[in-house]
Design a protein around this ligand. Structure first.
Ligand code: 5AD
Ligand code: SF4
Length: 455
């Protein structure tokens, strides 16, 4: 009988991708995924270390899991408990100390070694810790077969970060920038499409710093840029949509902007974190771009693809942020407009330069600023969603809706769209007329043509 594997994923899309690949590594060992931790033979927490709250969640979840592990032990069963992701990488020893009932701690770069770790954890009741940055690439050792859950898939093309924004733990938890060879990326893209993917999102902590080894005989230099990869991936039959995330504004080059003009399959939605709207703060963050450079970049992208919609990340209350700096952030948001955004209170992370900066901002003031910024950003999202009413747009219906008889999917702009439609349309791109727009999603009706095509 298959052993049950439960993976709980926190944080970014890279973690979602890693969790899928971890499940693939464990499948040959007899583990099949389950939605519930209760009664599972192995539970893995794939964790996030970006803000203090995210990291602390792990310990409270571990406390709950301990009870389930103990309950199973009383019935002579074993729950193998593992922690991976950025908390494991950043404070693996601490996890084992604070939660001694944890069996395995492994970093995001070592999960291809899971078969050995599982064997080791089973042999002795020993704790296993593997948070190396190994010389070999995990990608070469992972199973080639890819399973696709739904029509939209993630594909990691780049990992790590050399940018060292002064608030951020990622350069420490994910290590130096690494780009996968272009031939490997294209092969994985083809396998994903073969397994049913219609949309692929290229992932990387700094996805646009991608510079992967060119396939042999491909011409045009020893390395491919992200732009070149997009142009080539667009040639894959059956692949309908391409996205990429997350981008670093200072490294968006003209070729990439051109790709937005030339590649129809490249969706007109871009997540481009700006973090703040004040040059003083951007400099203290070590972001390598000014406010004007960001504005100019947004203009250039929109000149290439007029319907391009932007989303962004913001941090409020960075050390030294004055009320004036914060007003400048609001001004930038008003001018550029974002259809979606993630905004956070600055969270001091041990070991990062900003944690030791002077003039840390009071928590209550951070909360006030965050509320004001979010009110503005939410209004922009709602505005855009309402402006979509009456428009017809292709929607990739990749899941069932909450209510029976409904399907849901994503618009080109990543909006969640809910449609009354029969299951035959599942995993297809369907023309939808939008009939209403709320803060979080759109409601639409599927074009009758699509229904007939399927009958
Ligand atoms: N505090 C608050 N937000 C942070 N982010 C990264 N580090 C921190 C921090 N220390 C945010 C940035 C980044 C997003 C993924 O998380 O906005 O783009
Ligand atoms: Fe963190 Fe900056 Fe690297 Fe993004 S670019 S992962 S915010 S250090």
């Amino acid at each position: 009988m298959a052993k049950k594997l439960h993976i709980k994923t926190y944080g970014c899309q890279m973690n979602v991708y890693d969790s899928e690949r971890i499940a693939e590594v464990l499948r040959p060992l007899g583990y099949a995924p389950t939605d519930r931790a209760e009664g599972a033979d192995m539970v893995i927490l794939n964790t996030c270390h970006i803000r203090e709250k995210a990291a602390e969640k792990v310990y409270s979840e571990l406390g709950r899991l301990r009870l389930q592990k103990d309950a199973m032990a009383e019935h002579g069963q074993r729950m193998v408990l593992a922690v991976t992701g950025c908390v494991a990488q950043a404070e693996g020893e601490e996890v084992l100390k604070r939660a001694p009932f944890v069996d395995m701690v492994f970093g995001p770069q070592t999960y291809h070694r899971l078969p050995q770790m599982v064997a080791e954890a089973a042999r002795a009741a020993n704790q296993v810790l593997d948070t190396d940055f190994p010389a070999e690439s995990k990608f070469d050792a992972l199973p080639q077969e890819r399973n696709v859950d739904g029509a939209a898939a993630f594909l990691a093309i780049q990992e790590g970060c050399d940018k060292f924004c002064t608030y951020c733990v990622v350069p420490y938890t994910r290590g130096a920038e690494y780009s996968r060879p272009a031939a490997d990326v294209l092969a994985e893209a083809r396998r994903l499409v073969g397994a049913g993917a219609r949309e692929i999102t290229f992932l990387g902590q700094n996805v646009n710093s991608y510079h992967g080894e060119a396939p042999s005989g491909s011409g045009g230099g020893a390395e491919w840029s992200l732009a070149r990869l997009i142009f080539e991936a667009a040639e894959i039959d059956g692949l309908e949509r391409i996205r990429y995330t997350t981008s670093y504004p200072a490294e968006v080059d003209d070729d990439l902007i051109q790709a937005h003009a030339d590649v129809d399959k490249l969706m007109p939605y871009l997540h481009l974190p700006v973090q703040a709207g004040s040059n003083r703060i951007l400099q203290a963050m070590n972001r390598n771009h000014t406010v004007d450079a960001y504005r100019a970049l947004a203009d250039k992208l929109r000149a290439a693809r007029p319907d391009l919609a932007l989303s962004s990340d913001f941090i409020v209350g960075f050390p030294g942020e004055t009320d004036r700096d914060f007003r400048d952030t609001l001004k930038l948001v008003e001018d550029v407009t974002f259809i979606q955004a993630y905004s956070f209170k600055y969270s001091a992370r041990p070991g990062t330069p900003a944690a030791n900066m002077e003039f840390q901002v009071d928590e209550a003031l951070k909360a006030e600023r965050l509320a004001e910024l979010q009110a503005l950003l939410n209004a922009q999202t709602l505005n855009f969603n309402k402006a979509c009413v009456g428009r017809r747009m292709p929607v990739l219906l990749d899941r069932t809706g909450k209510k029976p008889g409904q399907l849901a999917g994503r618009s080109p702009y990543m909006q969640a769209v809910v449609v009354d439609a029969s299951e035959e349309l599942l995993n297809r791109t369907v023309d939808v007329t939008i009939i209403s727009g709320g803060p979080n999603s759109l409601l639409g009706t599927a074009d009758p043509k699509n229904q007939k095509a399927c009958a």
